[in-house]
Design a protein around this ligand. Structure first.
Ligand code: ARG
Length: 465
């Protein structure tokens, strides 16, 4: 292709083509509108490739110097917003290569030696995604830190724990928050694990079969900080497992955000009244002056749907593809980009929002006193006095029935009333029937006793430092 043709591809791909593309087909097939986001990875990859070509004697020192200079100048142009992206040049790779040739002449045309856009694009997406994973893990750490500090502040605050959304047993609010910290810790672990498989080098696979030039692929991998070279050229250019893995880790992360959102929304409703979110994360209503709506968690719950959708999109994109590269793969980018953007914005906003969370311990406590939340504690108390658990369960069911009929909590029954159910009940029963007594009793690893919550806070602080 002559310089002129490369700069104006509307003509045709090469001498082989006699008909130009229509504007519609050009727009349909071009990816530069979105894949320009990969520019830095593209230049980083090209610099490493050129350096290796020179070291292997495939590229002359002068050409290498010209390529280096040209690519660095292009990076500066793009950074300054002065680069003109051309739809005619289809994608980020051809745009940068054409500009390089414009700037440094024939040396620019030598850059693509031993390389194809097929291994180039796979390399670019991996380099870009690796950086994004690192950022996401930083944001995950920040969010966890905020939540751990909130948990520490509220280790002694008691709210009802629910099963089936029915009051079950009292729990520490700090313990409840740390449940999400566990989820986010697993998300970070999954991201790190995914990163290993993202961080492998396809470059050198060329179009699909490898290349006839004596490339030093290990050298390129080392330059790019990649952990290994792909070991099969067909797999290298066609594999998008890493994108699907990332997307599924992202889906789980958003799932956790969505569950937390659902709780924040419930807790903020007048029917719970457990928390308030800072005004800056809520909106009013245009008609109802009294309203303050938890828009941020609602949107996060909603955006989870699009991240799940992108995962399904990627899986579907791959399922029918024969080896090796197919143009279908160009469709991997927008879902990945949107997933990354959604994740980063959501993590940032949640860290800020939760840092400003107001907790209403009185409302939580009142709710915990509503559903005989310490009934299990009474049963356990009887078991400790020698009653078989199943019998104790039955005794307590009768006590609960009586308390419900009187319209009071189990803990509000008098000692005489309780004794009527089992003579072994003594005055010390009230130690276990109180919310605090119930919490403190669960002083087992992973339990809700404030002492355990404080131990977990300490563990997380070390882990996140
Ligand atoms: N823009 C393409 C993509 O995103 C680059 C690879 C194109 N390769 C090809 N043989 N047409 O996948």
């Amino acid at each position: 292709m002559s310089d002129n043709q490369l700069a104006n591809k509307s003509q045709a791909w090469s001498a082989l083509f006699s008909e130009p593309m229509s504007d519609l087909v050009k727009r349909y097939t071009a990816s530069v509108g979105f894949d320009q986001r990969l520019w830095r990875a593209d230049i980083t990859g090209s610099l490493a490739h050129a350096e290796m070509l020179a070291a292997q004697g495939i590229l002359g020192a002068e050409d290498h110097a010209a390529i280096q200079r040209g690519l660095n100048e292009i990076a500066a142009e793009i950074e300054a917003g002065q680069f003109e992206w051309k739809l005619d040049l289809e994608d980020v790779h051809l745009n940068i290569e054409a500009r390089l040739t414009e700037r440094v002449g024939i040396a620019g045309k030598r850059l693509h030696t031993g390389r194809s856009r097929n291994d180039q694009v796979a390399t670019d997406v991996r380099l870009w995604l690796r950086g994004e994973i690192d950022e996401i893990n930083g944001l995950l750490r920040a969010l966890q830190t905020v939540m751990v500090e909130k948990a520490s502040e509220h280790a002694d605050v008691i709210l009802p724990g629910f099963t089936h959304l029915q009051v079950a047993q009292p729990v520490s609010f700090g313990h409840h928050l740390l449940a999400y910290v566990e989820m986010f810790a697993r998300d970070a672990e999954r991201m790190l694990d995914t990163r290993k498989r993202v961080n492998r080098l396809p470059l050198g696979a060329a179009a699909l079969a490898g290349t006839s030039y004596p490339l030093d692929r290990e050298r390129v991998a080392a330059t790019l900080g990649m952990e290994a070279c792909s070991q099969n050229s067909l797999d290298a250019v066609s594999d998008r497992d890493f994108a699907i893995e990332f997307s599924s880790a992202a889906t789980l992360l958003m799932l956790h955000i969505s569950r937390l959102s659902e709780e924040l929304i419930l807790w903020m409703s007048q029917n719970f009244g457990f928390i308030a979110l800072p005004d800056a994360f809520c909106t009013g209503s245009s008609i109802m002056p009294q309203k303050k709506n938890p828009d941020v968690p609602e949107l996060a719950r909603g955006k989870t749907g699009r991240v799940v959708g992108h995962l399904v999109g990627l899986v579907t994109l791959m399922k029918g593809q024969p080896l090796a590269y197919n143009k279908d793969n160009q469709e991997d980018k927008e879902p990945l980009f949107d997933t990354v953007d959604t994740l980063k914005d959501t993590l940032r906003i949640f860290a800020d929002m939760l840092a400003g969370l107001t907790v209403k311990p009185d409302a939580m406590r009142a709710a915990a006193l509503k559903g005989h939340a310490t009934a299990t504690d009474l049963a356990d108390y009887l078991v400790k006095k020698g009653v078989a658990f199943r019998d104790a369960h039955e005794v307590v069911a009768h006590a609960v029935k009586t308390a419900t009929a009187k319209g009071v909590d189990l803990a509000a029954l008098s000692l005489d009333e309780l004794k009527a159910f089992d003579a072994r009940i003594e005055a010390d029963v009230f130690d276990v029937l109180s919310l605090e007594g119930s919490l403190n009793a669960r002083n087992v690893l992973g339990g809700t006793a404030p002492a355990q919550v404080r131990a977990q806070v300490a563990r997380h602080r070390v882990r996140l430092a």
